[in-house]
Design a protein around this ligand. Structure first.
Ligand code: FE2
Length: 376
């Protein structure tokens, strides 16, 4: 099967039943929220935004919200044993629990999803404090991941009711990260199309791009992927499933160590990947490396680009071109003790795709990491 690239075009008169204004925040359940917040501030350049915990009257959970431009991360840990968050961490290690979507009407979004077959996570609930009110609702997606709908047009606080502004003397400089470009889920073999159907039917998303195991395979391992996009293309959720190969693929490794389906990577966009990656490297973020030969063949593959190939080679930044332009991207090594979640840094220069031309080099790089872990 050929990969297809068909940007979502709304038919005349077609009304998007699930309008989404953007990614509101991404919440990770982690074993030490305080230290995780420090890591993301130091290494990635996020700034302190808001805090919820014992000092705000929250006796169960401590959460730190940190922000860089339009990206908000929330790091949450339980304050006692026997909690849902504790059980989540015990099973999965640190990982993404919530992808919160910013909507105009969280009650309507919930009702539209529910009548199309969604599984409820949270009925529409009003949360308020002195600074206004927010409506939250939520539905379940793959694994234990949930999508919350956040309606915040009547709220003027720093983040959400229940949080107070987190004042900190420590605010490392930003690294140029701007917004969540896409967020990828890993699902069990044979389940990709189930979740494609879920996003189509329940959330009105479209499948804009597909890759089969001929597109994404190396000598040893393979996976399949379909990219789901919402009506206006702001929200993109690629879904991966493992495909049969000679050895264990990265998706299998993830599913084994995460002990189930979950978020594999969050891609964060920058306007200047050379600056961003130089900063991240100087702050200790580790990236996957491709061999030097990748850069020898680069010019023939992608043609003229604005960046110097030597600079890209030094930083190990990858390049790919599609019909609309090109993109630059790089992937961190996994950020948890378990080989599960990682981040992508991406700069788009016209290209709307996901770097298919880099898949082989990239997956060979991942296999080298797997080899070191003894999990290939
Ligand atoms: Fe990606």
């Amino acid at each position: 099967m050929e990969s297809i690239l068909s940007p979502v075009k709304e038919k005349q008169g077609f009304k998007d039943f699930m309008p989404i204004l953007g990614t509101d925040y991404v919440e990770l359940y982690v074993s030490n929220s305080k230290q995780a917040a420090h890591y993301y501030k130091t290494a990635f350049g996020f700034k302190s935004l808001a805090y919820s915990g014992l000092e705000t009257g929250n006796k169960d959970v401590e959460s730190y919200a940190i922000r860089q431009d339009k990206i908000t991360l929330v790091l949450s840990s339980p304050l006692h044993s026997g909690s849902d968050i504790g059980r989540h961490i015990d099973r999965h290690g640190d990982g993404v629990k919530v992808t919160a979507l910013w909507v105009d009407d969280a009650t309507r979004s919930y009702e539209e999803a529910m009548k199309r077959g969604a599984r409820s996570f949270m009925e529409p609930t009003r949360h308020e404090d002195d600074l206004g009110w927010v409506i939250k609702s939520g539905i379940c997606t793959y694994g234990e991941v949930v999508h919350l709908f956040i309606e915040r047009k009547n709220y003027n606080g720093p983040f959400l009711p229940g949080y107070r502004k987190w004042e900190s003397n420590y605010q490392p400089t930003e690294t140029g990260l701007r917004y969540v470009d896409h967020m990828v889920g890993n699902v069990e073999m044979g389940r990709m199309n189930h979740w494609v159907k879920f996003y189509e039917e329940v959330m009105g998303f479209k499948n804009i791009l597909s890759f089969d195991d001929n597109d994404i395979s190396t000598e040893f391992t393979a996976l399949m992927s379909k990219v789901m996009s919402n009506g206006d293309g702001k929200i993109k959720f690629p879904i991966n499933e493992p495909a049969a190969g000679l050895k264990k693929s990265q998706v299998d490794e993830y599913l084994e160590f995460y002990e189930g389906e979950g978020v594999q990577h969050v891609a964060m966009a920058t306007n200047d990947i050379i600056h961003t990656v130089s900063e991240l490297r100087s702050r200790g973020v580790e990236f996957l490396e491709v061999p030097d030969t990748y850069y020898d063949a680069l010019k023939d593959r992608v043609g003229d680009i604005d960046e110097r190939i030597d600079t890209l080679r030094d930083l190990n930044i990858l390049v790919d071109r599609d019909e609309e332009g090109y993109l630059l991207q790089i992937f961190t090594k996994t950020v948890n003790p378990r080989p599960t979640m990682f981040f992508e840094i991406i700069q788009r220069k016209g290209a709307t795709s996901f770097g298919k031309g880099n898949f082989k080099a990239l997956f060979e790089a991942i296999e080298r990491e797997q080899e070191l872990r003894g999990t290939l």
